[in-house]
Design a protein around this ligand. Structure first.
Ligand SMILES: *[C@@H]1O[C@H](CO)[C@@H](O)[C@H](O)[C@H]1NC(C)=O
Ligand SMILES: *[C@@H]1O[C@H](CO)[C@@H](O)[C@H](O)[C@H]1NC(C)=O
Ligand SMILES: *[C@@H]1O[C@H](CO)[C@@H](O)[C@H](O)[C@H]1NC(C)=O
Ligand SMILES: *[C@@H]1O[C@H](CO)[C@@H](O)[C@H](O)[C@H]1NC(C)=O
Ligand SMILES: *[C@@H]1O[C@H](CO)[C@@H](O)[C@H](O)[C@H]1NC(C)=O
Ligand SMILES: *[C@@H]1O[C@H](CO)[C@@H](O)[C@H](O)[C@H]1NC(C)=O
Length: 734
């Protein structure tokens, strides 16, 4: 093992980027799979990583590297890059790529004359990352590449035992270094990252000038989430018109951690039907300091998400016009008529740069007899409790050149309420929201709908979200699936080839949370500290369906946590409260005063629209006697959450048990009666990822430079370590 490692390293330190000019004829060697590589890597980690002796290795590298200059620029791939993204704000690091079914080729241009480090990971740091380091030697122009990885326990780069990155070209000018390299999407090497449809955190680091082969600590670094194989649609080159839907100078008070603001807008006056083809956020938040709003670059905006809805009702035009002229309303206090604004047409959440719809669809705007009023809902998450003057909103892009299909968005998943409970200390806790077959039967056309793209949405503890498709007793392939969910990257996902969704089909949104960082149960809600599990589905042709959700039936919910009865309020009354989104308007009279007064004094009041959290804090348990006189929240907080038997049982009951389903139409009526249903009975899809598959183990052939004698004379475990240390001092971040 050590010998092999040593040889690999020696070879790496000496290798040149000499590749043949004709790429087509280039053969990559097949190497046998290396099942012990992880064990070896683990062993290496146990050694001390002092850098004292590294200079010896670097010197050795320098000596051996004195060879003829060759101009590696002439090997440039000349590929047409399908995608190009800036990795940093200023554009000093640009990554371009193009992929085939099995491999992916990158070009990185960076403003450095030192090394370029690029990493791929499911997290925004180097731990467990796949890293690749490349540089162009200032003295001879030779380019080098090194396949590395970050150990789980430290922010360093360690050379992989098998090199899976193939250098195509590398050169530098006075300011920039450009590197082109290629790898397999799946290298079958556990030290490499499997590049797939999930969000990939692309890490980058630039070494100081002249750091060629020495790899001291980087001078700049960062990361950016990207989907390398499922890129987002870009605006077309044709000019688009835009309509800015935004608030004006709303003062966000410093004492409200969560605030919803809603405002009505009148559609632009258009002579004929247009298509909305995209939207982008307009973030304009100015902290108020000493009574004055200040323009401050990089100040964090409290805008957390924004949704724009179509309003179905506009009977009293005068009234709606007045609303459109007004500044808007605090969410929970908005006029009752605004409840008809239920059909989402644009959903933005932090981290998104906006969306452009695929080229065959557009959302109608300015239709005769169509929608005249829209509601913008802005959710502020002001955990920092600053006073802010805000004029944020959404820029709607539209065009008179109509697309092939009229599209619409429908929301699905778990209805946002405090009943969406996630116990603390769980590594993989799953919750599920169902769109019932009755709902699709009643609202969809005979031939079904075509799903184009999906925005999966949850908050910070979510790790995976998937949108499942059930037909009869069968699960069809996932409509969309994200296994590395990043709350800071909320960009919709194209459904490749689209998906036909028929009447009677069921839609299931499943979320998996990691709550190990939390001590108390997480409740559903709009605050970043609470959780959601939603999917916004873009489809055509437009139907009457606007939203299709489920939540646990109230009685079953409380029974799951062992509670049978509360003082002064029946389960039915509690249920009614949840139907009215936990608002306290419909309380039985004997409780009303109490609740309202207490709630005002409570911290939940400043959380604004609390979706029933306040209610759970007030409900006093009567039965069973063991929990008597505790509030439900106190009971929930005190449950023994580290007992996996308990949490598994709760997860199973809430997941596989009954679900109360809601089917809301665009005109704010029900598309199917509210119903308590069993979890659908279906054969789950075989997950191909876990299935054993044959690995076509491929690796780049490196020039073989072996010095077998060394193996006999040097304590290899030590030497290997030292060699690794020399090339591993690459701290990327955090
Ligand atoms: C150096 O290369 C970079 C990246 O290819 C390019 O943008 C820049 O214009 C080049 N500078 C000079 C002076 O050629
Ligand atoms: C909003 O406030 C800014 C700064 O105080 C001011 O310049 C601007 O005119 C205001 N806009 C409106 C529409 O009132
Ligand atoms: C799993 O593989 C089979 C056969 O290759 C394929 O038909 C099926 O669609 C795959 N399932 C998923 C979820 O990709
Ligand atoms: C619970 O509270 C009720 C009314 O406040 C009181 O009468 C009763 O004794 C308490 N029971 C227990 C077990 O503390
Ligand atoms: C679920 O469906 C399968 C296959 O159709 C059937 O064998 C089974 O009895 C069903 N289970 C329940 C609980 O309905
Ligand atoms: C080799 O070095 C390691 C680490 O320094 C040490 O534990 C081991 O005893 C050495 N082996 C021999 C044969 O000297």
């Amino acid at each position: 093992m050590h010998i092999q490692t040593f040889i690999t390293l020696t070879v790496i330190l000496l290798c040149d980027a000499k590749l043949p000019r004709q790429k087509e004829t280039y053969q990559i060697n097949e190497l046998p799979a290396n099942p012990t590589q992880n064990a070896a890597a683990q062993r290496l980690l146990q050694f001390d990583r002092k850098t004292k002796t590294t200079s010896k290795i670097v010197d050795q590298y320098k000596v051996r590297n004195r060879r003829n200059v060759f101009d590696s620029k002439s090997y440039e791939s000349g590929l047409i890059w399908a995608h190009s993204e800036r990795l940093d704000e200023s554009g000093d690091v640009v990554i371009r790529w193009v992929n085939s079914d099995s491999s992916i080729t990158f070009r990185v241009e960076a403003k450095t004359k030192g090394y370029i480090g690029i990493g791929f990971n499911s997290r925004r740091n180097m731990r467990g990352a796949d890293l690749v380091v490349a540089w162009v030697d200032d003295r001879n122009g030779n380019a080098q590449i090194l396949d590395c990885h970050g150990p789980e326990i430290d922010n360093i780069a360690v050379a992989d035992e098998v090199q899976n990155y193939e250098l195509i070209s590398g050169y530098q000018n006075e300011t920039h270094t450009t590197i082109e390299f290629r790898r397999q999407l799946d290298t079958c090497d556990r030290q490499d990252f499997l590049i797939g449809d999930d969000t990939t955190q692309v890490l980058w680091a630039l070494g100081p000038d002249g750091s060629d082969g020495e790899l001291p600590k980087h001078v700049h670094s960062g990361s950016r989430p990207l989907r390398l194989l499922l890129p987002v649609p870009k605006p077309e080159s044709i000019p688009l018109r835009h309509w800015d839907v935004r608030l004006f100078n709303l003062t966000i008070p410093h004492d409200m951690a969560t605030l919803f603001w809603c405002k009505i807008f009148k559609a632009p006056d258009l002579p004929m039907k247009h298509h909305i083809v995209g939207y982008q956020p307009l973030i304009d938040s100015r902290p108020i300091r000493n009574g004055r709003p200040i323009l401050e670059k990089n100040s964090l905006s409290p805008v957390h998400h924004m949704v724009m809805y179509e309003c179905a009702e506009d009977l009293d035009k005068q009234m709606w016009n007045d609303w459109a002229e007004s500044d808007g309303e605090f969410g929970p206090m908005r006029p009752r008529e605004w409840a008809s604004c239920v059909t989402p047409i644009a959903a933005w959440a932090m981290g998104s740069k906006g969306e452009f719809l695929p080229e065959n669809v557009g959302i109608p705007l300015g239709e005769k007899g169509g929608v005249s009023y829209y509601m913008l809902e802005v959710h502020y998450d002001n955990q920092a409790l600053h006073e802010v003057l805000d004029s944020s909103g959404i820029r709607i892009h539209y065009t008179p050149s109509l697309r092939a299909h009229d599209a619409a968005l429908l929301g699905s998943g778990i209805g946002v309420s405090a009943l969406h409970v996630i116990p603390p200390k769980q590594r993989q806790y799953r919750t599920v929201g169902i769109c019932s077959p009755e709902c699709s039967t009643n609202t969809m056309p005979e031939e079904g709908i075509n799903i184009v793209s999906v925005l999966l949405h949850a908050h910070g503890q979510a790790r995976k979200i998937s949108l499942k498709h059930i037909r009869g007793n069968e699960e069809l392939p996932r409509i969309s699936e994200e296994n590395s969910y990043d709350v800071h990257y909320q960009q919709s996902r194209i459904v490749p080839g689209g998906r036909k969704f028929l009447r009677g089909d069921t839609l299931i949104t499943e979320c998996t949370y990691d709550s190990t960082a939390r001590d108390k149960p997480i409740l559903g809600g709009y605050s970043v500290l609470q959780e959601m599990c939603l999917s916004f589905v873009l489809y055509y042709p437009r139907t009457e369906l606007a939203g299709c959700y489920s939540m646990p039936p109230v009685q079953e919910f409380f029974e799951t946590f062992g509670v049978k009865e509360f003082y002064g309020i029946s389960m039915v009354q509690v249920e009614n409260l949840f139907f009215s989104s936990g608002s306290l308007d419909n309380l039985p009279p004997q409780l009303e005063l109490d609740f309202k007064q207490q709630q005002r004094a409570e911290e939940t009041a400043v959380q604004g629209d609390d979706q029933g959290v306040g209610l759970l804090k007030e409900l006093l348990i009567k039965e069973p006697p063991e929990f008597r006189n505790k509030t439900f929240i106190a009971h929930l907080n005190e449950m023994p959450w580290s007992e996996s038997l308990l949490t598994e049982q709760i997860e199973k009951t809430l997941y596989r048990g009954t679900h109360m389903t809601f089917c809301k139409k665009r005109d704010d009526t029900w598309g199917a009666p509210i119903e308590i249903q069993n979890f659908p009975n279906f054969t789950e899809l075989q997950n191909n990822e876990t299935a054993d598959k044959t690995c076509h183990y491929k690796s780049v052939k490196l020039p073989s430079v072996t010095t077998p004698n060394i193996a006999n004379t040097i304590n290899l475990s030590r030497f290997t370590l030292t060699a690794l240390t020399a090339i591993q001092i690459l701290y990327i971040m955090r």
